[in-house]
Ligand binder design. Structure first.
Ligand SMILES: Nc1ncnc2c1ncn2[C@@H]1O[C@H](COP(=O)(O)OP(=O)(O)OP(=O)(O)O)[C@@H](O)[C@H]1O
Ligand SMILES: [Mg+2]
Length: 212
């Protein structure tokens, strides 16, 4: 079974597909082979994959009944699963398969509240099996706003860690997702690229830790 990283939050627009595509490619640049399973019936990442060059991770659509076999069959060392923006069996199955669950949350209450079902399922699973590891990733923050500074305190009230690195609201992310590329491949997107590289590093650190 490849290493499985799921990007989950039932809140629509929290940044799942953006994080999935950019991180999968960042992992490849770190020397891992990566594939994406698109678990969202909107198929955003599948459409992204159709526009993407061969240098980008392969995208395969998946569904709740097949996600486990799709992950097992992936010919890569790491599989990223882009979750659905709904209370969906796919998300629960993906969580159970995962070594690491990343939960993108925008810097506002509703994104966190809507992840509470998921947090409950993760906690139950961890109590039973010790896995998966999981962390929040603050997404699309607008620097120097109260929301950006307060979200850290809100997330600290939960039992999961929050990655130190965040994504800021930058047009490069939106441009990359709609044009089949990533911020790692766009000229002039250095700040976004640095964010993604650091999020990838911090995710890899969590995956390496065996004492969680
Ligand atoms: N850091 C960012 N800066 C600017 N725009 C962003 C950023 N992250 C995501 N976006 C944009 O916000 C929108 C929602 O992001 P995305 O599609 O990644 O979220 P999602 O959680 O996958 O949404 P859905 O729940 O609908 O699948 C997209 O238009 C995307 O381009
Ligand atoms: Mg999406």
């Amino acid at each position: 079974m490849p290493t499985v990283v799921s990007v989950l939050n039932q809140k629509g627009g929290s940044g799942k597909s953006t994080l999935t595509t950019n991180l999968a490619h960042a992992f490849e640049m770190e020397g891992h082979s990566a594939e994406i399973l698109d678990g969202d019936s909107q198929r955003t990442v599948t459409e992204w994959g159709k526009l993407a060059s061969k240098a980008m991770p392969t995208v395969t659509p998946t569904t709740a009944p097949t996600v486990e076999e799709d992950a097992e069959a992936a010919p890569s060392s790491v599989v990223f699963i882009d979750g659905a923006p709904a209370h969906d069996t796919l998300n629960v199955r993906a969580m159970k398969l995962s070594d690491l669950v990343l939960i993108p949350v925008r810097a506002s209450g509703p994104d966190v509240w809507s992840s509470e079902d998921l947090l409950g399922s993760i906690q139950t699973r961890r109590d039973q099996t010790g896995e998966p590891r999981a962390a929040f990733v603050v997404s699309q923050q607008i620097a120097r706003t109260n929301l950006a500074s307060e979200i850290g305190d809100v997330l600290d009230t939960y039992s999961l860690p929050t990655l130190e690195e965040r994504t800021n609201h930058r047009v490069a992310y939106a441009e990359a997702l709609s044009s089949g590329t990533t911020v790692l491949d766009m000229p002039g997107a250095k700040k976004a690229e640095d964010e993604i590289r650091r999020i990838a590093q911090q995710s890899l650190q969590l995956l390496r830790r065996t004492d969680e």
